[in-house]
Design a protein around this ligand. Structure first.
Ligand code: PZK
Length: 287
């Protein structure tokens, strides 16, 4: 934890601190949430895996869209980043039909105003990736909105910018990950505006917490897919009959170890690096 920085905000599994007027410190903890509840048991190194992955993607996508990354702290879980004016929009891209996208399609044959062909199955790949923005509703849950509603929030010009950036970022990362055996079914980006009025990618990007990662070798459309990272924890929660209300259950050691191994596996597959080398020097993901 930083010793001089002021705490700004807490997310379910992350903390945000102010370093100075221009910069923030984003800290990824080892907390894990499943079925929307933060569990009492931590997954060792989860925060470092997610921080390293996000920084890896930032380094490889800066020509597609500039990002807020200033640097990684030696602890490997903290990112120094530029302070931006955040846009009040969750920029979701979906390449496959899952979650609320699948539910909306079943009811309306469309997702966020995108008409889709008939006959798609749960987890089917879409003819092309679609931009499906959402907002943080009062309930705390994200609410899908259409293009017109999104334009009301941030303006037509800004919307066109974040839509283009989101689709390009997803296209690059999904193709890259697929070659390494991971399907990025969908992902959520958050953007801000810098002092010069430019659109800048912020938050964490293209991690298993901000995306659905599926193992390619088990991909079978026609039902829900196992999560690359959280499936052990979810299966355990189902097996013990937890009602999915607070508080969540403690995870036993074998579930913790299996889950940690999946995070480390995703890190290795995507970055091509040994996780121990990241622990020794987080800068390895930026080169
Ligand atoms: C910012 N969040 C969400 C993340 C939390 C909350 N570069 C930035 N500039 C200004 N604000 C933000 C960022 C970023 N990233 C992000 N809220 C504000 C968030 C993590 C933990 F509690």
């Amino acid at each position: 934890m930083p010793d001089t920085a002021a705490h700004v905000a807490s997310g379910k599994v992350r903390e945000l601190y102010a370093l100075d007027h221009e910069s923030l410190l984003l800290v990824a903890t080892d907390r894990i949430s499943t079925f929307d509840v933060v569990l009492p048991t931590v997954i060792p190194d989860k925060g470092r895996v997610l921080t390293g992955l996000s920084a890896f993607w930032f380094a490889r996508t800066s020509s597609i869209c500039p990002n807020h990354l200033i640097g990684l702290r030696p602890d490997g879980r903290s990112t120094e980043c530029r302070r931006l004016e955040m846009l009040p929009l969750e920029c979701v891209v979906r390449g496959y039909l899952a979650g609320s996208g699948w539910k909306d399609y079943c009811r309306t044959s469309a997702v966020c105003g995108h008409r889709l062909p008939p006959g798609l199955l749960e987890s089917s790949s879409l003819p092309q990736p679609i931009f499906t923005p959402s907002t943080k509703a009062a309930s705390g849950h994200d609410e899908n909105i259409d293009r017109a509603q999104a334009a009301e929030l941030i303006g037509e010009e800004q919307l066109a910018g974040v839509e283009r950036a989101s689709l390009d970022l997803y296209g690059f990362a999904a193709a890259y990950a697929r070659e390494r055996g991971i399907v990025i079914a969908d992902t959520k980006f958050e953007f801000g505006i810098d002092g010069e009025g430019r659109i800048v990618l912020a938050d964490e990007a293209l991690t298993p917490d901000s995306s659905r990662f599926w193992p390619l070798d088990e991909y079978r459309p026609g039902g829900p897919q196992p999560s690359f990272d959280k499936q052990f924890a979810r299966d355990y929660c189902e097996r013990i009959g937890w009602d999915k209300q607070e508080p969540g259950p403690d995870l036993p050691a074998d579930v913790v170890e299996g889950t940690r191994a999946r995070y480390v596996e995703a890190f290795g597959r995507l970055t091509g690096l040994a996780f121990e080398d990241y622990i020794d020097d987080p800068g390895v993901v930026l080169r």
